[in-house]
Ligand binder design. Structure first.
Ligand SMILES: [Zn+2]
Ligand SMILES: [Zn+2]
Length: 68
């Protein structure tokens, strides 16, 4: 918990996939598939993602959970 490495890729499997199903990694917010266009997210969509403990939105890369 609380390990945010900017240089080394995180453990999320999206980084290792050739064609990830999401545009952004939910763990570190980095772009994992630049071919997927950004989606216009709604507040409720981000609330739902936050409940699933995604630190970042996989559709737009917005940080959902701020580490205080
Ligand atoms: Zn990641
Ligand atoms: Zn979003």
């Amino acid at each position: 918990m609380g390990r945010f490495d900017q240089v080394t890729p995180c453990d999320n499997t999206n980084h290792r996939r050739a064609d990830p199903p999401a545009g952004f990694c939910p763990s570190c917010g980095e772009v994992v598939n630049p071919r997927i266009p950004r989606r216009q997210c709604t507040q409720s969509l981000h609330d739902a993602a936050r409940r699933e403990r995604s630190a970042y939105c996989v559709d737009c890369g917005t940080q959902l959970i701020t580490d205080r």
